[in-house]
Design a protein around this ligand. Structure first.
Ligand SMILES: CCCCCCCC/C=C\CCCCCCCCC/C=C/C(=O)SCCNC(=O)CCNC(=O)[C@H](O)C(C)(C)COP(=O)(O)OP(=O)(O)OC[C@H]1O[C@@H](n2cnc3c(N)ncnc32)[C@H](O)[C@@H]1OP(=O)(O)O
Ligand code: FAD
Length: 676
């Protein structure tokens, strides 16, 4: 990161903001990103990317048509991976990998997205030694391109009902892959349409006449030389989408397509040559690639929200509109209290999500090490944490980005702001890797939180709780929340408030479920009738985790220059949650009306405190103009002249007269004239 972000020629308002900040941006950046060394490495990576001619992003992606965009993203992906090992530590996907990719690929996926984010981790963790020897080399050298083909036209969520079959034929020691219906067509896999010649295919395994559920297979789809689909394979692109249009998400069908026995991933489950099935140690080990993406996407989502809030805060500092005191000049829109309430909680959220991403990364790495030793103990915990965070973080990120866009008025609606790209990319995260509601229900029903199981075991006095769930067993305090005012409230008190709300809802949902079990004829029906309350319980549980984790993380900071900023943002995160959380905090009079009014006063006072540092805080997220790709969010704040330039470089302005005018409008006008 540079010594100072102030330069000659910058917008005067943004320069004043930076001069008036009460702390040094470098210090906060180091804390946020995990240390000075990491910030230094980010700068080193950034400089190396800037120096590399092949990584120059000369084409403004927003002006490209779909096929041009796909081609440009493929060019960038190849260049990015050609030089990757000279620039980054490729084994650090959560840190250097994700940053490096964002510098080059922007908010889009590409021909190699799934190859790196799902296939590589699946092969590393689910292939046996022989398969690893055969597959890892070509994956790393990129002599093949691969994707992850699981979802079908008819089923995405409910994996047990996938229709693609893999039937073992012991005579030839092959599996026969088949798509028996239209709805069995694989649909959505990234880079499947035109780029990939291999895919991990999830198919229902049948051997010796028995069904064993969905299993992964590594399948060649296209000829290595001609890239034509192999006989028995039908494949193509599914068409334009809300976002990620650089990626050729595809469809795929098999017609009795034969593949060798050793294409089934064999580290966990196995099919022996005679067709004997050997089950895995844990039934869900084959779902590991999804767990990896759910884990890594928490950081990705927080960075999307971080870039949106950087743009909105910088723009709000240079935009002057309206007066607060009549005749005293137009103010920066950042001075409006309403603008601050829209924006500053997004800063807090970005940090809360990022600190949670660090936690889930640590857990992922611990689980991977355990699994190498054949130990699956922590897998359910990772499934729960990653599923819950994935749902809450991607939802709040999408809402936060939209608030940032709205806060930028008309210019926020233009592609020049970058909000359409950021939103359409990030919001995909609410759906992929498990639809958010379904993942919340997982948290409630099956995951490590096992909320429902936990409640019954707590009441039976047999609970064995993890660090993250132990608060559920604590007795609800009979007294009120300890909150008196924002100045005096401690992190512990705020955490206790969220735990109160979560506990309250968890027990409420549990009791409702039990009641519904007496009213409906099956447990599944009762579950369905309790779904809304269960999702609320999971959401509050995850929010309690986010608040606790934020303050735990920040407690490591002893620097008197930046600690107050982190405390203000933490309090804002918590109080905004309490004020918006309403009923869960006021149940049984835990928060009184007066306390709630004081919470709101506390928020207003925090907004005032954060205001003078807002630009410097978002500067500390350390986004370069290269990453932001936003005229509104430029570091130098010179927005207006660059908006004009941006519009003028728009291909529609290449000629003064458009073909639309020549072909349609002119004849109409000419005809109109003839009727006068
Ligand atoms: C050099 C270059 C550098 C490049 C670097 C790149 C680095 C990366 C950069 C950026 C990354 C940013 C990220 C962006 C990438 C985006 C790519 C997006 C691609 C999208 C892909 C996809 O969407 S793939 C398809 C995903 N599909 C799903 O997620 C389906 C959702 N459904 C399910 O997961 C399951 O069906 C469901 C969990 C809902 C239910 O499963 P089911 O089999 O029915 O099981 P059930 O009976 O309900 O439960 C039984 C039992 O099992 C437990 N369980 C379930 N799943 C798991 C699991 N995964 N792990 C562990 N345990 C699990 C469950 O809790 C139950 O437990 P018990 O209650 O019995 O104890
Ligand atoms: C951008 C993007 C990229 C993708 N990339 C890939 C990829 O690379 N590979 C791949 O295989 N797939 C991919 N997918 C597919 C994705 O994983 C699925 O779309 C996702 O898992 C949701 O499944 P679905 O589409 O079947 O939704 P559905 O399950 O049909 O969901 C529709 C609605 O039904 C509700 N619902 C469903 N089941 C339940 C339930 N049990 N209880 C309560 N409500 C329920 C959901 O909450 C939702 O509101 C991608 C999708 C997107 C959008």
């Amino acid at each position: 990161m540079e010594d100072t972000l102030i330069r000659e020629g910058d917008n005067l308002d943004i320069t004043k903001e930076r001069r008036n900040a009460t702390f040094r941006v470098k210090k906060l950046a180091a804390f946020i990103h995990g240390g000075e060394e990491i910030v230094r490495r980010r700068k080193e990576i950034y400089d190396a990317v800037e120096r590399e001619p092949r990584l120059k992003n000369s084409v403004p992606i927003e002006f490209l048509a779909r096929e041009e965009r796909h081609e440009e993203q493929a060019r960038r992906a190849v260049a990015m991976t050609d030089v990757a090992t000279d620039i980054i530590d490729g084994s650090d996907m959560f840190g250097e990998g994700i940053y490096y990719q964002s510098l080059i690929m922007g908010r889009d996926l590409h021909s190699l997205s799934l190859h790196y984010s799902m296939v590589l981790p699946a092969i590393q963790n689910q292939a046996d030694d022989e398969q690893l020897d055969e597959w890892l080399g070509p994956i790393i050298s990129r002599s093949l391109i691969s994707t992850y083909a699981q979802t079908e036209l008819g089923h995405g969520t409910n994996l047990s009902k996938l229709e693609t079959t893999a039937t073992y034929d012991p005579k030839t020691q092959e599996f026969i892959l088949h798509s028996p219906t239209i709805t069995a067509t694989k649909w959505w896999p990234g880079a499947l349409g035109k780029s990939s010649n291999y895919a991990i295919v999830m198919a229902q395994l049948y051997t010796n006449g028995k069904w064993h559920g969905p299993h992964p297979f590594f399948v060649q789809l296209r000829d290595a030389e001609t890239h034509m689909p192999l006989k028995g394979v039908t494949v193509g692109d599914i068409g334009p989408k809300l976002g990620i249009n650089g990626s050729d998400n595809g469809f795929l069908r098999f017609n009795n397509f034969r593949i060798p026995r050793k294409t089934m991933f064999m580290k966990n489950a196995k099919v022996l040559p005679d067709g004997t099935y050997v089950p895995p140690k844990h039934a869900k080990l084959g779902f590991g690639a999804m767990v990896f993406v759910r884990s890594i996407m928490i950081k990705d989502q927080s960075m999307q929200l971080g870039s949106a809030i950087t743009i909105a805060v910088r723009y709000s500092a240079i935009r002057r509109q309206g007066e607060i005191v009549p005749n005293s000049g137009e103010v920066q829109i950042l001075d409006y209290q309403t603008q601050q309430l829209r924006l500053f909680p997004q800063i807090s959220r970005t940090l809360a999500f990022l600190f949670a991403a660090y936690e889930v990364k640590d857990l992922y790495l611990r689980v991977t090490t355990q699994l190498q030793e054949g130990n699956t103990e922590l897998l359910p915990e990772l499934h729960g944490l990653s599923s819950g965070l994935k749902s809450v973080v991607s939802w709040e990120t999408a809402q936060g980005i939209e608030q940032c866009r709205l806060a930028c008025g008309g210019h926020g609606y233009s592609q020049a702001s970058a909000f359409p790209e950021i939103y359409s990319y990030a919001v995909g995260g609410c759906t992929y890797e498990g639809e958010n509601i379904v993942m919340l229900l997982q948290v409630a029903r099956q995951a490590f939180l096992g909320l429902v199981k936990i409640v019954s075991s707590i009441r039976a006095g047999t609970a064995k709780l993890s660090l993250l769930t132990s608060y559920i067993a604590e007795k609800q305090p009979k007294t009120r929340s300890k909150f008196t005012c924002v100045e005096n409230v401690s992190a512990e008190d705020l955490i206790a408030d969220f735990e109160y709300a979560a506990r309250e809802q968890i027990f409420y949902a549990y009791d409702l479920l039990k009641k519904n079990e007496t009213l409906y004829s099956t447990p599944e029906e009762a579950w369905n009738k309790t779904g809304i309350e269960l999702c609320k319980a999971s959401r509050l549980h995850v929010k309690a985790f986010l608040v606790r984790n934020y303050f735990n993380y920040v407690s490591k900071c002893n620097d008197s220059e930046i600690r107050p900023i982190l405390d203000q943002l933490g309090k804002l995160y918590a109080l905004d949650g309490i004020s918006g959380g309403g009923v869960w905090f006021t149940r049984r009079g835990y928060y009184s009306d007066d306390q709630m009014a004081t919470v709101r006063q506390g928020i207003y006072s925090l907004l005032e405190k954060i205001r003078p540092n807002a630009v410097a805080i978002v500067d500390a997220f350390d986004f370069s103009d290269r990453e932001l790709q936003s005229v509104l969010g430029r570091r130098d704040g010179n927005v207006y002249e660059n908006l004009l330039k941006w519009a003028q470089q728009n291909p529609m302005n290449r000629s003064e007269i458009s073909t639309a005018y020549i072909k349609h409008l002119k004849p109409m006008m000419t005809e109109g004239k003839s009727k006068l």
